[in-house]
Design a protein around this ligand. Structure first.
Ligand code: XMP
Length: 509
């Protein structure tokens, strides 16, 4: 088993970020709930533990706690914010309220020879977000860093390999944060940096060869990055893979053709491409309600897939492009449902298979992308922005027709083209055009027009859970608007959406 670090979640907003940073340092880690700590230690034999921050206060009844024995097992621990207070409180120190300390602060390293601060500047910016302070250190601990307001910004007991920081080393505003994290992983835990994407490919390919060999495998290819990378990885190891690509006619301009070209022609995969666009359009005729659109598309997708899968017959394995945040999500969080997301979750019910394989279930999205490049997939696929399963159907407000789909595809293509030309495509998290059902009066030449309004939506985000509208320069917006009204028939108005999420959502439906 690869060297493992357990990132123990106490409900902190940066929990996934901490895990990603550990992985970026080439160390494999898993994010677990504090309630699983003993079981996971026994299972994974971790080389270190990182305790995340969290909203609770250690002294409150019901605040998350851990058994004190965990801190005397000889496993190195780094506690961050709440995690630091937890170490102090559990080992007989004291924590209590103090002044609010939010945002950037000057961190002063107090101990000259701390492994955690090895090579770290004596003074640097760090990011704070707390009102609870360490008032008394537990026996055996010393203070290793301070800020003007925080007398214990970091503490340690070197002999017991227990470290705590009140600031957040995982956020980029903490200047020396990544170095501090790496010092913990390499200097304290003894990590050897074996978690790399080329290593992952090598290991997974040999595991797949041994486990799956030439047994029959089926994969639903959507054109999205997860299923693309999963299929390509399996294709490298197993000769008997068939991919089914259902074109529901709701993709963006050129996308269906691209899937066939890349996977069949370039990668040499056995690809069944089904043009089901007429069928979907018929089912969607006259439907205007967003949730009904989503439901119809989800169900129809499964029906088409089922028909194609029947032609292939029973298979040994069905591939799912599950990635690590989905695994974490189902284990840690319970959030309210705003929209019924379409993915290939319903497929296991209709395919005759023996086992699921999920070759990406350990990976974060950025790792999936790095893996895609490692496997030689083109940039357009690997860096593809998120695209909803129901496709353009939820970007056309009101009923869907072939004519509206064509208008939207053309407008969206121009938007993407201009954003790429302006060099903004990596900066903006997601950007697309949507077609409203509003028609307004305009004038072109000397003619009156009565045509549609296109909405441009562009957001910056980390994970799509919250988003801000992207500040696209006015002259870029001007070019886009000019081109759309000139080049796309039946559009005479272009609007830019300047709402964040919340209160809006990213997609319009
Ligand atoms: P919302 O509109 O909920 O979107 O703010 C958040 C992110 O999720 C994407 N999205 C979907 N992805 N199936 C998907 O796979 C869906 O049904 C779906 N609906 C929205 C959306 O594009 C954005 O990135």
């Amino acid at each position: 088993m690869a060297q493992t670090v357990l990132v123990v979640d106490f409900g902190g907003q940066y929990n996934q970020l901490i895990a990603r940073r550990v992985r970026e340092a080439n160390v494999y880690c898993e994010l677990i709930s504090f309630e699983q700590i003993e079981q996971k230690i026994a299972e994974t034999k971790p080389i270190g533990l990182v305790f995340t921050g969290g909203p609770a206060s250690f002294n409150e009844p019901g605040a998350p706690r851990i058994p004190a024995e965990v801190l005397s097992m000889g496993i190195p621990v780094l506690g961050i914010c709440y995690g630091c207070q937890l170490i102090a409180g559990t080992l007989g120190g004291a924590v209590g309220n103090g002044p609010r300390e939010y945002g950037r602060r000057k961190l002063k390293v107090e101990k000259k020879r701390s492994k955690l601060f090895d090579g770290v500047k004596p003074e640097s910016d760090c990011w704070m977000s707390h009102t609870i302070y360490i008032e008394k250190l537990p026996t055996g601990f010393v203070t290793t860093a301070t800020t003007e307001t925080c007398p214990v910004a970091a503490m340690e007991n070197e002999k017991s390999k227990l470290y705590g920081v009140q600031f957040h080393p995982e956020v980029i505003h903490t200047e020396e944060g990544f170095k501090i994290l790496k010092n913990f992983l390499y200097g304290v835990c003894g990590a050897t940096g074996e978690w790399t994407m080329s290593g992952y490919v090598e290991r997974t390919v040999s595991e797949l060869k041994a486990k799956v060999g030439d047994k029959k495998i089926l994969c639903a290819l959507s054109g999205g990055v997860d299923s693309a990378v999963a299929a390509t990885l399996i294709h490298k190891a197993c000769p008997n893979l068939t991919c089914i690509f259902v074109d529901h006619g709701l993709l963006r301009k050129g996308e269906a053709e691209e899937v066939v070209r890349v996977f069949r022609d370039e990668q040499g995969m056995n690809l069944v491409a089904v043009d089901a666009s007429e069928r979907f359009l018929k089912k969607l005729e006259g439907v205007t309600e967003p949730e009904r659109k989503r439901k119809i598309i989800g169900e129809e997708f499964i029906r088409v897939f089922e028909q194609e899968a029947k032609k292939i017959g029973a298979v040994d394995y069905l591939v799912q492009g599950t990635i690590y945040p989905d695994v974490i999500e189902s284990g840690l969080n319970h959030s309210a449902k705003i929209k019924s997301h379409h993915n290939v979750g319903g497929l296991p019910d209709v395919v005759d298979f023996k086992e699921l394989i999920e070759p990406l279930r350990l990976l974060f999205k950025d790792e999936v992308r790095r893996l895609g490049f490692e496997l030689g997939l083109p940039e357009q696929i690997v860096m593809r922005q998120p695209f909803p399963g129901p496709g353009l159907a939820i970007r056309i407000i009101g009923d869907i027709t072939k004519e509206k789909l064509d208008i939207l595809r053309d407008a969206d293509y121009i938007f993407r083209d201009e954003i790429a030309k302006a060099g903004l495509d990596r900066e903006i998290w997601q950007y697309f055009a949507a077609l409203t059902n509003i028609r307004t009066v305009g004038v072109m030449g000397d003619e009156r027009t009565y045509d549609y309004t296109v909405i441009l939506r562009a957001v910056t985000s980390v994970d799509g859970m919250t988003a801000d509208w992207a500040r696209i320069p006015f002259d870029v917006l001007q070019n886009i608007s000019d081109r759309i009204v000139n080049e796309v028939k039946h559009v005479n108005r272009v609007a830019y959406d300047i709402t964040s999420k919340p209160p809006a959502t990213i997609e319009l439906e």
